[in-house]
Ligand binder design. Structure first.
Ligand code: AVJ
Length: 324
């Protein structure tokens, strides 16, 4: 029998941020918004895996191509270290890194962290079979919870990695706070490996978030069914439609759920009743597209020195290795 090592990050720091407080804040705001982390219940995580396979959605396969070429070099540079992944999902692209680290160290530690317990559990089971000599511990929790936990459990050497351009979900201010938090969590000499989607024409970006099979639309709408079961809500998914546009001034994809008919929605366990007007929209995600040089400057400012940068031949995606 195989037992998996999976742990929910201590809820004791959650009183700081009451469960669902962010939903109340977002839905009572003048311009309604919801945090993207609510995409990822188990069904949403599966839909995201499907998105990664779509012909229009280039980021995953582009980043995988870069990792397949340079994972060995990354492992050579950092040497053996504890590997911590934020937002690991199915860890598919991570296999390139795990293979590379297996070659240089016979016992490695891998700590995947994700908000979706279902996908994390199946990933840890699968990986433990594939890498029997690795010590693998899955942590269920948010990035904030993860970084607090990591700060209190230092390792002799560590690389935190954050792939798939998930950092693009943060607005500039939250991104800056996040990078400060990373810099604070790392010990001098530790590494941070960051995968980011780069700026490119609208003609390539918009189809990636408006796929012809409608998977991204289903992913976007699924956030409402997640809120329904999590907070005893009554969102009617038929009353909302998916929209994704590229905002060229801010270099970001913006995903919305547009309300088709005026109505009320309640979320009983949050004691919340919200009115929706016809034509009103909820911003569910921004996905920023970065400029490599300015991001490197920002990292530098946080005392995260760039060790090396890799891109694909079309310069669509970047991988930055920095050191604290
Ligand atoms: C996982 C946040 C990087 O922004 O491209 C994919 C999520 N949303 N399609 C992205 C997503 C719609 C994805 N990130």
């Amino acid at each position: 029998m195989l037992t998996t090592c999976l742990q929910s990050i201590d809820k004791s720091n959650q009183h700081l941020n009451r469960e669902g407080e962010d939903v109340i804040q977002g839905l009572t705001n003048e311009f309604k918004y919801l945090p993207p982390k609510y995409f990822y219940d188990d069904h949403g995580s599966n839909l995201f895996e499907q998105i990664c396979e779509l012909p229009e959605y280039y980021p995953t396969r582009t980043e995988a191509l870069i990792l397949s070429q340079y994972a060995d070099e990354i492992a050579q540079i950092t040497g053996g270290c504890e590997l911590v992944e934020l937002g690991s999902g199915s860890s598919t692209k991570t296999l390139f890194l795990l293979d590379a680290y297996q070659k240089i160290a016979n016992r490695s530690q891998y700590i995947p962290i994700d908000v979706s317990g279902g996908i994390l559990n199946s990933t840890v089971v699968k990986l433990q079979q594939k890498y029997p000599t690795f010590s693998i511990q899955g942590l269920i929790g948010t990035y904030e919870q993860a970084l607090i936990k990591l700060e209190s459990t230092p390792a002799s050497s560590r690389m935190i990695f954050f792939l798939g351009s998930s950092m693009g979900n943060f607005n500039p201010r939250d991104c800056d706070l996040f990078l400060s938090q990373i810099a604070k969590t790392l010990q001098p000499g530790d590494y941070f490996l960051l995968g980011i989607d780069l700026q490119k024409p609208k003609e390539i970006l918009e189809p990636a978030y408006n796929d012809s099979q409608g998977v991204t639309g289903a992913f976007n709408l699924n956030m409402l069914s997640h809120l329904n079961w999590r907070f005893q809500g009554n969102f009617d998914l038929n009353l909302f439609t998916h929209q994704a546009i590229y905002n060229q001034e801010d270099h970001q994809i913006e995903m919305y759920l547009n309300c088709q008919k005026s109505h009320w929605v309640s979320l009983d366990s949050l004691d919340l009743k919200v009115s929706f007007a016809k034509g009103e929209s909820i911003l569910t995600e921004i996905s920023r597209k970065f400029d490599l040089a300015s991001l490197q400057k920002q990292l530098e400012y946080k005392h995260l020195k760039t060790v090396k940068v890799w891109t694909d031949p079309k310069n669509w995606f970047g991988l930055i290795l920095c050191q604290a």
